[in-house]
Design a protein around this ligand. Structure first.
Ligand code: ATP
Length: 295
């Protein structure tokens, strides 16, 4: 059988997701748009519909970036029940975004399986998968055009009124649907770009929300308001949130702590805080500014 390393995708198959905005926009468009292939998929009967918020299960997932000798993910196993809210935390470079990209099927696991609603991702058509996912990823996934055109990636039939309502939810009332967005959102601040990406995710009717540090450049007051609105609107959805900010994680069903590509702790906020000396506990103490005293 193939070794873990040999099963990694060759370099040419890895999407140039971060480098090429046009490709990113196209990819996001596929993720966000209602798939044209729907009819085709239905007729060949290869896939069952993902209806309702999906359960996700990763089993012994290992992942190597092509050409890398060291694994980026090592033996990751987790279960995200349907409708559950999960936070992924951990130091920079620990593999959080990579795990999210695997859930989006942007890369295949080198070994192990990822199942959504019991179906192996390997056998799921990307369009079928992506139409169920509302992603807010890192990067500037905007193209030159109006706010309307950029938001329309969430769906073709969204009215201006609906867009304006959502722009207000994310505190972008100063933009109109006709405002011009430059390539990569160059004329927007970091926080505005993030909130516009959140607006797009809110407009998308996906039952799985994948959020990669969606408000890291947003001030705390706006952040709280936007996140509350996002979570209220998505209360029945399965949500995965990558965050460096531990505030508010008390409300998540599950917190997964990653370090060097491995899951090192998992549980509820309460459970992780009870592990004195654990990674999460220490991060929380530092965030509270009292680590020096409890060390
Ligand atoms: P952060 O909190 O800083 O966003 P992260 O936990 O999300 O970090 P990842 O972005 O998943 O971490 O990166 C995990 C590791 O994989 C890092 O060591 C990174 O350098 C490496 N890595 C990321 N993308 C690639 C790539 N395309 N090719 C090779 N290595 C990569």
């Amino acid at each position: 059988s193939l070794t873990v390393f040999e099963t990694a995708a060759p370099m040419t198959e890895v999407p140039g997701y971060f480098e090429d905005t046009r490709h990113a926009a196209e990819l996001l468009s596929s993720i966000i748009n209602e798939a044209e292939k729907q009819q085709e998929l239905k007729s060949n009967g290869r896939l069952a519909e993902l209806d309702g918020p999906p359960e996700i299960e990763c089993k012994n997932v290992h992942f190597y970036f092509p050409g890398e000798a060291r694994p980026t993910l090592t033996d990751v196993s987790l279960r995200l029940p349907s409708g559950s809210k999960t936070a992924i935390v951990g130091p920079s470079g620990s593999g959080k975004s990579t795990l999210l990209h695997l859930l989006l099927k942007l890369y295949p696991p080198s070994s192990g399986t990822i199942r959504i609603q019991g179906q192996d991702l390997a056998h799921l058509d990307e369009d079928q998968l992506w139409k169920n996912i509302s992603p807010v990823l890192q990067g500037n996934h905007f193209f030159y055009g109006s706010v309307r055109e950029n938001l329309r990636l969430a769906g073709d039939n969204i009215s201006d009124d609906k867009m304006n309502e959502v722009l207000s939810y994310v505190k972008l009332d100063h933009l109109s649907v006709d405002s011009v967005v430059l390539e990569k959102g160059a004329n927007l601040s970091g926080g505005e770009k993030q909130r516009l990406a959140i607006a797009r995710a809110m407009l998308k009717k996906g039952s799985l929300l994948l959020l990669d540090e969606p408000t890291s450049s947003v001030d705390p007051i706006t952040q709280q308001r936007v996140m509350n609105r996002l979570f209220t609107g998505a209360k029945d959805n399965t949500i995965v949130l990558i965050s460096h900010n531990l505030t508010g994680l008390e409300h998540m069903d599950q917190i997964i702590v990653m370090d060097q590509g491995r899951i090192i702790e998992s549980g509820t906020f309460q459970e992780l805080m009870e592990m004195r000396g654990g990674y999460f506990y220490r991060m929380k103490m530092i965030e509270n500014g009292i680590w020096g005293q409890v060390q």
